[in-house]
Design a protein around this ligand. Structure first.
Ligand SMILES: [Zn+2]
Length: 320
């Protein structure tokens, strides 16, 4: 090898090294998308799948009531949060083995682009909308019923939709909508737009009282947040899960102090009383709980802590 050849070899090797390190510096492009939003777990013999509808920014300083601004700041800081708090919207799919039941449907297109993903996550989790047999609505706010219908058509063509009679009486009444203040009318219209396709198809069946809806799943009235707000209790092989719906909204503030309320409540003092009762029951008996606005997947346990409560999220694991 001549000196020139040797120099050329070194130059080529250097160039290759430089190119390689430049590529390494550039790195792989960041994906900037969240993982598919489902989480699956067994409650005894019943399969539960938490389905994420997405998240939305919640301005807790404008929405929470019965808490002083400096108390709220301190509560958020203790949870390493600040306003606006990114709030989860969760639905829950229950496969009892004979029935596929969906509890709440997310916001659909009612709440903007950061939510409305429940259907996509249902599919990602291995199910299709026509497989859903029953849909249980905790209450008829848009982030819970918005996924029921799209363009006036039922998204779940084979499902019977069920909700408490007082909830249906409140939200599906044109007289109530006409009497409501202007800024509240949209809520009634949204509920009607979502429910009416099921009503006209004979697929909406409101219920009265704390009844069993399918074996293993029963309703438990918890009015306050709305007049017919309902919890759903799932039982299997001695294990119990209580689906809370909107019993609470902001974990950082309402676990330490269940007396903190939110402007969306129809009756705030009744909502706070329900929250106190249900929190105390969950902490005393140690059963599973799940919340529509707890950080996804929103499943865990409650224990007492000081004068309030602390939430312990489910430990991630394989499905057996
Ligand atoms: Zn809600």
């Amino acid at each position: 090898m001549t000196l020139n050849d040797r120099l050329r070899t070194i130059a080529v090797a250097l160039a290759a090294a430089l190119l390689f390190s430049a590529a390494a510096l550039a790195g792989a492009p960041q994906q900037k998308t969240q993982a598919p939003g489902y989480y699956r777990w067994m409650l005894g013999a019943i399969e539960i799948t938490a389905l994420s509808d997405g998240t939305f920014p919640m301005e807790t300083d404008k929405l929470l009531t019965n808490i002083k601004p400096q108390e709220l700041d301190a509560a958020l800081a203790r949870s390493f949060l600040k306003n606006p708090v990114e709030a989860s919207v969760n639905g829950f799919l229950i496969n009892t083995g004979s029935k596929l039941v969906l509890v709440d449907t997310g916001a659909g297109t009612l709440f903007g682009p950061t939510v409305g993903r429940l259907l996509a996550n249902l599919k990602a989790s291995g199910y299709e909308a026509p497989q859903v047999d029953e849909i249980y609505i905790t209450h008829m706010h848009g982030d819970h019923v918005g996924g029921l219908s799209a363009d006036g058509k039922r998204v779940f063509p084979n499902a019977i939709v069920r909700a408490a009679q007082p909830e249906a009486d409140f939200w599906l009444s044109k007289a109530h909508m006409d009497a409501a203040p202007q800024d509240r009318k949209d809520g009634y219209q949204g509920a009607m737009n979502m429910l009416n396709p099921y009503v006209s198809a004979g697929k909406f069946k409101p219920f009265t009282g704390d009844i069993e809806l399918v074996p293993g799943v029963r309703a438990m009235a918890a009015p306050g947040h709305t007049p017919g707000h309902t919890l759903y209790v799932v039982d299997s092989e001695g294990q119990k899960l209580v689906l809370w719906g909107d019993l609470m909204h902001v974990a950082a503030a309402q676990f330490p102090d269940p007396g903190v309320t939110i402007r969306f409540d129809t009756d705030s003092s009744m909502a706070a009383a329900q929250r106190k009762k249900v929190f105390a029951d969950a902490a005393e008996h140690g059963f599973w709980v799940a919340g529509a606005h707890l950080s996804f997947p929103g499943i865990g346990h409650l224990r007492t802590e000081g004068s309030g409560y602390a939430f312990v999220p489910v430990n991630y694991g394989a499905v057996h």
